[in-house]
Design a binder for this molecule. Structure first.
Ligand code: GLP
Length: 236
């Protein structure tokens, strides 16, 4: 594991964007595993800038996102599909047909999960998975539990996660209580993982995740077993 500490959100974002762009330059048809949340926004902005300069070409890239709220369709401004379109996809030359986000409105959510995993398998797996981390150590929406869940599945969000994510909604009541998230197999089988985190309040969970015991009570701790993971942490 490489654990890089930097002193600003901007540096973290630029370093993350550098790693993602190197991946796309080396393998133009990369499968990128992408994340939502406030943390990756700066990296997406930087990648958009480099795309506009002509430095990166996303035309052959495929993306698979980690998760989606159950019950929100892609037109809903709080959905992760909408987030990805607005914060990244609409500003670069990725083919929208090659961008995948789990369908939180699928009638058969279990079937959607199975199909999502099968799709990732058919793509040959994820080349580079970008991750954020929740305050309770969740990655994607893999919440603390008695065991690690392997496949893409529906999850009841913990109260602390609903509270943390309420800042994106008009009120806490509007935050969906369920989500569909990629499970640990697709994440752990990614060839490379890049986890980014920023702010002093994330320090403790990072220490527990990467230097403590591996336990499903801290989902991100499983990443200690990954053979090629880089963590970039900005203290501010
Ligand atoms: C959400 C997402 C996660 C993300 C986490 C942290 O719960 N499902 O993928 O890592 O939020 O968000 P932030 O980056 O805003 O701290």
């Amino acid at each position: 594991m490489k654990f890089i500490t930097v002193d600003s959100y901007d540096k973290m974002s630029r370093q993350a964007a550098n790693i993602i762009s190197a991946q796309v330059i080396i393998k133009p048809d990369s499968v990128l595993g992408l994340a939502t949340g406030s943390t990756p926004i700066g990296a997406y902005k930087q990648l958009i800038k480099w795309y506009e300069k002509g430095d990166i070409d996303f035309s052959r890239v495929t993306s698979v996102n980690l998760d989606e709220y159950v019950g929100l369709d892609g037109h809903d401004e709080q959905s992760y599909r909408y987030f990805m379109n607005k914060n990244f996809f609409e500003h670069i030359n990725i083919d929208l047909d090659n961008t995948y986000v789990p369908n939180g409105c699928a009638v058969d959510l279990q079937g959607e999960g199975k199909a999502y995993d099968e799709h990732i398998r058919q793509l040959g797996g994820i080349d580079l998975q970008l991750l954020g981390i929740g305050h309770d150590g969740h990655i994607g929406f893999n919440e603390p539990d008695d065991y690690f869940i392997k496949s893409t599945h529906v999850v009841d969000l913990h109260e602390s996660t609903v509270k943390a994510n309420a800042r994106f909604f008009a009120s806490e009541d509007e935050v969906p209580k369920r989500a569909i998230t990629m499970g640990m197999v697709s994440i752990m089988q990614a060839k490379k993982i890049l986890l980014i985190a920023s702010g002093k309040e994330k320090r403790e969970i990072l220490e527990k995740s990467f230097y403590g015991p591996i336990t499903p009570r801290i989902p991100a701790s499983i990443l200690q077993l990954h053979h090629d993971i880089t963590v970039i942490y900005s203290e501010n």
